[in-house]
Design a protein around this ligand. Structure first.
Ligand code: URA
Length: 448
């Protein structure tokens, strides 16, 4: 069937035949299908959806458009984590060395900041010398030596997804669960994993703010992973407010080091330990989540996770002294400005999208994929929703490199932390756990 007929079929609510996906995505990766036709197909999928077999067909076709890791020779299981992203989400920097130190191999493939959300690669590159642009071969060698490699999607991995994702960004076709799930999973499955833990964010700062959408995305990705023999578990975690205090690349590295040293904000530590426990169970080194938590907590508190972080940073060209004295090696922004409460009351919200927009205005994020970023700038969040403050108490501290950019950020942040009379409803930090078996509510985790 010609591609034009396939577009028309999807437009009219029909199915794409199982054997059509591979030739379609291969032809697209080889520039034999023009972007305007693929954009029409993407929009037809946004409007009509894909059934589970179609999602599987698209995922497999994008996966097979590129190279894959081959890690079957490693003596231990390979498990990765994917976060759908948000503000202050520095968990990968802590989790990868932590889980590696506990005996599971972690090929951590991450992305860059785009829009209001941060990206792990930009955070790692705030460490002087750190190289994230490593090849599959180099990553495999690092996994053999250190159980861990932290890299970006190389040109070799899922090139059809790379091209389609960029096209979706330019044609208002990103926000569709089948396309998001196939895109994420085509890259993750290229890592030759035994297990995958998904951190699916919900709330105002999440890619899909609505909880029902987040659950549907989690279930779709779990279905794709499990069909391909990769045990997949998801936790729904809160992104209605930033995670932790630090938002901005170097600031987040410093906060990650604090958590790796056994300290840091309680919410960052809790999300990290919960995800680590899942990874350690999938990796076969913990019999259950409680045992996984115990292992992960011990590795954070006795310095093993920090030691592994130091080794990985050095192995990827970074300055290992960042593990001991982050501000001894990373650049600090020269200007800081505190935003204080104008009146006494209770913090209603800490608006993640406003903080993300302010970081872009400061030069620390991207509105276009080729923007160069300033690693030193960012925002330190001093309060949490529900916290009581007096007039004059600090709410946010802005770290800036230029006064003009500071002024733009202050304007964006003016209404980012509203103060009111009544306490806002509490939100659980980790609300649900989703597996192939179903959805479980997790009452009693920290409020966020
Ligand atoms: N991240 C991806 O890699 N792909 C999407 O479609 C959305 C988020």
């Amino acid at each position: 069937m010609r591609f034009l007929e396939l577009i028309a079929r999807k437009r009219d609510g029909g199915r794409i035949p199982d054997d059509a996906w591979r030739p379609m995505m291969q032809a697209y990766a080889a520039d034999e299908i023009p972007d305007y036709q693929m954009a029409a197909m993407a929009m037809a999928i946004v409007l009509r959806g894909l059934d589970p077999a179609e999602i599987e067909g698209l995922t497999a076709a994008m996966l097979e458009s590129g190279a894959r890791f081959s890690l079957g020779h490693l003596p231990m299981a390979r498990v990765d984590k994917h976060s759908t992203g948000g503000l202050g989400d520095k968990v990968s920097l802590i989790l990868a060395p932590l889980v590696a130190a506990c005996g599971v191999a972690v090929p951590m493939m991450s992305g860059r900041s785009l829009g209001h959300t941060g990206g792990t690669l930009d955070k790692l590159e705030a460490i002087p010398g750190f190289r994230t642009g490593i090849s599959i071969q180099e990553a495999e060698a690092l996994l053999v030596r250190h159980n861990c490699a932290m890299l970006g999607q190389t040109a070799e991995i899922a090139p059809a997804d790379r091209k389609l994702y960029a096209l979706r960004g330019a044609t208002a076709t990103v926000e569709a669960i089948p396309l998001i799930a196939a895109s994420i999973m085509s890259k993750k499955l290229a890592e030759d994993l035994n297990g995958l833990v998904l951190d699916v964010k919900t709330g105002a700062g999440a890619f899909l703010p609505d909880q029902a959408d987040a659950l549907a995305l989690a279930r779709t990705m779990i279905d794709i992973g499990e069909r391909r023999g990769c045990r997949t578990v998801a936790l729904l975690t809160d992104m209605d407010a930033p995670l932790g205090e630090a938002c901005g690349n170097a600031l987040e590295v410093a906060e990650s080091v604090a958590v790796l040293r056994g300290g840091g904000p309680a919410d960052v530590r809790e999300v990290t330990v919960a995800l680590a426990a899942e990874m350690l169970v999938l990796g076969g080194v913990a019999p259950d989540r409680a045992a996984g938590r115990t292992l992960a907590t011990a590795a954070l508190d006795d310095g093993r996770a920090l030691a592994r972080f130091r080794v990985i940073v050095e192995a990827q060209g970074g300055d290992p002294r960042v593990a001991d004295d982050p501000w001894g090696v990373m650049a600090r922004a020269p200007i800081t400005q505190t935003i204080a409460a104008l009146a006494a009351g209770v913090v209603q919200r800490v608006e993640p999208r406003a903080i993300g927009a302010a970081i872009i205005a400061l030069g620390g994020g991207r509105s276009h994929t080729d923007d160069v970023i300033d690693p030193a700038v960012g925002v330190m969040v001093q309060v949490r929703p529900g916290q009581r403050v007096e007039a004059g108490d600090p709410l946010l501290v802005v770290h800036a490199s230029e006064s003009q950019r500071l002024a733009a950020a202050l304007e964006i942040l003016a209404a980012a932390v509203p103060i009111g009379a009544a306490a806002p409803p509490k939100r659980p930090l980790i609300s649900h756990r989703v597996t192939a078996g179903g959805v479980e509510e997790l009452p009693g985790t920290l409020p966020h």
